[in-house]
Design a protein around this ligand. Structure first.
Ligand code: BYC
Length: 312
């Protein structure tokens, strides 16, 4: 189908499972929903570099350091694709960053927890990237073309990240008693916040209705969370880690795991700015954004000079 010129063309494209593209006419509600979700996604990728960046100088081997550096660089790249994709909706990168700094835009709850030990780097790669993949594979079928296409590339890189985290955890579980204890401690601290990454239960999720109507979401928060739990419990068992949930139990009938209740008070507190590292993450971002102003000015000046030279 050619470019969309009317709202009824838009609906026809949505109904036919075709991607909406930047120049298509779209309802304001669709545009603002996407700007909110995609910018939060971009901010999460970039803020997510901080807990891991903290370990680059302390990685236990040169190999581990190289892999971690490459992973963190990938996350920065994901942020850039997502900011560019969001800009196609008619908002500038400056405005998006300003919304983040003013607390008007959120980023994932998970990056407000500290990475205390090397095992936390394993847990982040395995659980956090693992949860992100489950969510993002489903977003490969989201209705907005630039977002869906960004997801394809991001998912390929995230699979590598998930494996690097699992490898760290598997190696630690083959190590000394102290290493095994460290891995289990990281598992205990990261498990529940990872489940919170999928957002509130469907019954408490205000955006899910519109997200399904516009085919922005293809699977609900609870469906994706369940998928992640079912796949991850088995991976934990293989390397001898215990999931810190006494209520976790295989349900024959549902062919999936029943799990304990998530602490939604903690989730609400963290996403409202009161998690253990919210202030630290934001202060860090603001400081380096301000210090980088001269780079942005130089890039703009160079682009203007090149444009002038080409025009002459
Ligand atoms: N954290 O109606 P709901 C990565 C908010 S980074 C914070 O269910 P929706 C990585 C939600 O925004 C990958 N806030 O919302 C990077 C809303 O508040 P607002 C990150 C959350 O949008 C570096 C309210 O709660 N992935 O992998 O339908 C290193 C009600 O929620 C969260 C993405 O960003 C949360 N977890 O569904 C390592 C995925 N959950 O906006 C790894 C893209 C909910 O009204 N995003 N809230 O103020 C999505 O798929 C959806 O936005 C969500 C939430 C499933 C997260």
């Amino acid at each position: 189908m050619d470019a969309v010129h009317t709202i009824s063309d838009f609906q026809h494209k949505i109904d036919s499972d075709l991607n909406i593209e930047p120049k298509d006419v779209m309802p304001d509600k669709y545009r603002t929903h996407l700007i909110r979700q995609m910018s939060q996604h971009a901010h999460s990728e970039v803020i997510g570099m901080q807990p891991e960046g903290n370990w680059i100088t302390r990685a236990p081997s040169l190999r581990a350091k190289q892999i971690l550096l490459a992973k963190i660089q990938d996350e920065g790249g994901h942020g850039l694709y997502l900011y560019s994709a969001t800009e196609t909706l008619g908002i500038s990168r400056d405005e998006l960053i300003q919304q983040l700094h003013e607390g008007k835009a959120k980023y994932s709850n998970i990056f407000n927890y500290p990475a205390l030990t090397w095992a936390d780097i394993g847990a982040i790669g395995w659980l956090v990237d693992g949860a992100a993949i489950v969510n993002q594979v489903s977003l490969q079928r989201t209705s907005y073309g630039p977002y869906a296409r960004a997801m394809f590339r991001i998912c390929k890189e995230e699979s590598f990240h998930q494996r690097q985290g699992y490898e760290i955890m598997a190696n630690m579980m083959k190590g000394t008693a102290a290493q095994r204890e460290m891995a289990q401690d990281a598992m205990n601290r990261w498990w529940w916040p990872s489940l919170m990454m999928f957002g509130p239960h469907d019954s408490d999720s205000p955006h899910t209705g519109d997200a399904f109507q516009y085919k922005i979401k293809r699977k609900s928060n609870d469906e994706l969370r369940q998928k992640f739990i079912d796949k991850t419990v088995q991976q934990a068992e293989v390397i001898g880690l215990t999931i810190p949930d006494p209520s976790l139990k295989w349900n024959e009938e549902k062919e999936s795991y029943d799990h304990g209740e998530i602490n939604w008070d903690e989730f609400k507190s963290v996403i409202s700015g009161n998690g253990p590292c919210n202030k630290q993450r934001m202060d860090h971002h603001i400081k380096y954004h301000q210090e980088g102003a001269w780079v942005r000015e130089a890039v703009n000046a160079y682009a203007q000079r090149t444009q002038r030279a080409e025009a002459n």
